[in-house]
Design a protein around this ligand. Structure first.
Ligand code: F3S
Length: 395
């Protein structure tokens, strides 16, 4: 890969270890994928923040970067952590976890990262169409490529952090227009009624597509958060980082294959995602990926005047920025007995330590990961059903 004089100096360590190791990560990636050069990025979004998922080795790496004066050169945001420090229930977690999680967030802050602690950074600041980014967090990557038309590869936590420190990313993959064309046509004949159906569609497609870019035909007019659910699920069961919707972008398609999705395909996925059925989950979790203002408004409308059962917890997860904007809706939800939680989610926190054994969610991504990462049983239902269960009367 070609490096400018300044990039070579960084590579040789003239600016210190933090920048040298970052440059080495980017050059290695670039060489692996055949990039010819580095290109400037507008911002980076970094995953690898929850102490539950990263562990002690990553803390040592972050400390070493801070000790050698690593500072980000572009705006950088971070994914959710394992704890909402404002919510008393998390204080019951073992002290060591609480302290280690604080340390991780602090290390990112010391590098100049904005501790947004959300997986939907695009709700805080929408990237410009055509902007080059270096984002980790697969659900945000597919959203920004497909819905916002900002350009990013699916970075890992270390490569997104390295890009933030250098301010550049290797020019390959989805940074090049010829790699952003659809190669497979998906005819959707299944009936899609809500966000859980879209999530099931995403989960089904991810399993078939691998890393191919689909052009979807036959989708009904969908709410933005339905598409968010579909993309997050596609990036969970597969390596899909972009999709095209039928319409304005068909001319960019380079189709060589075609598949059809029917009702029975989605029903099968929905059955597989529910590891058990139960009348009363310990926790109902909405907000994977983190909720938008519109979703919180919708939930407030659904729950207004009702009461969440005492034996069920209802978590609505979002960023602290959206929570602030949604104050009146938050009041309605909390008055009903739900909790609007920030900086974390049910997947990246320690659910079992919080006494949760059974989970209900409208997110296909969470339904996939929660049994694997948290050892809980899951049932997967649309938002309206989840709220109905949360507030059902006990006779
Ligand atoms: Fe976000 Fe947690 Fe889902 S980080 S995408 S809410 S698993």
């Amino acid at each position: 890969m070609y490096l400018t004089k300044e990039e070579e100096r960084i590579y040789d360590g003239e600016l210190g270890w933090a920048y040298q190791v970052s440059m080495k990560i980017l050059v290695k990636l670039g060489d692996l994928y055949g990039a010819r050069r580095l290109i400037p990025i507008e911002n980076a979004h970094i995953s690898g923040v929850s102490y539950k998922t990263i562990g002690d080795a990553s803390i040592e790496f972050l400390k070493a970067l801070v000790d050698s004066n690593g500072k980000v050169r572009v705006k950088a945001t971070i994914n959710p952590s394992g704890i909402d420090y404002r919510y008393a229930a998390f204080a019951h977690l073992p002290r060591e976890l609480v302290e280690k999680q604080k340390e991780v967030i602090n290390l990112y802050r010391r590098m100049g990262v904005n501790a947004t602690l959300t997986c939907t950074p695009y709700y805080l600041e929408t990237p410009k169409s055509g902007a080059h980014l270096a984002w980790a967090e697969s659900s945000a990557v597919i959203y920004t490529n497909s819905i916002l038309n900002a350009w990013t590869n699916r970075e890992g936590g270390p490569s997104a952090l390295a890009s933030a420190l250098i301010g550049k990313t290797p020019d390959y993959g989805l940074h090049q227009p010829e790699n952003r064309r659809a190669s497979i046509l998906v005819r959707v004949e299944a009936e899609l009624k809500n966000e859980a159906d879209y999530g099931a569609l995403g989960m089904y497609l991810g399993g078939i597509l691998g890393d191919k870019i689909p052009l979807l035909k036959g989708l009904p007019e969908a709410e933005e958060f339905f598409l968010k659910q579909m993309g997050a699920a596609m990036a969970t069961s597969g390596m899909v980082s972009m999709f095209h919707l039928d319409g304005n972008r068909e001319s960019s398609a380079d189709i060589t294959e075609e598949i059809t999705v029917e009702d029975r395909d989605l029903r099968r996925v929905q059955e597989e995602l529910s590891t058990s059925s139960f009348d009363k989950p310990d926790l109902i979790f909405i907000g994977c990926p983190h909720c938008s203002l519109h979703e919180i408004k919708l939930i407030a409308e659904l729950i207004k005047g009702k009461k969440v059962r005492d034996d069920i917890q209802l978590w609505i997860c979002t960023s602290k920025f959206i929570r602030m904007k949604a104050e009146s809706y938050v009041n309605i939800i909390e008055k009903a007995g739900g909790r609007v939680i920030c900086d974390t989610c049910a997947v990246v926190t320690w659910l079992r330590e919080l006494g949760i054994e059974t989970l209900m969610t409208n997110s296909a991504k969470t339904a996939h990961y929660a049994p694997l990462l948290n050892g809980v049983n899951v049932s997967f239902l649309p938002l309206k059903e989840c709220i109905k269960v949360a507030c059902q009367k006990i006779f």
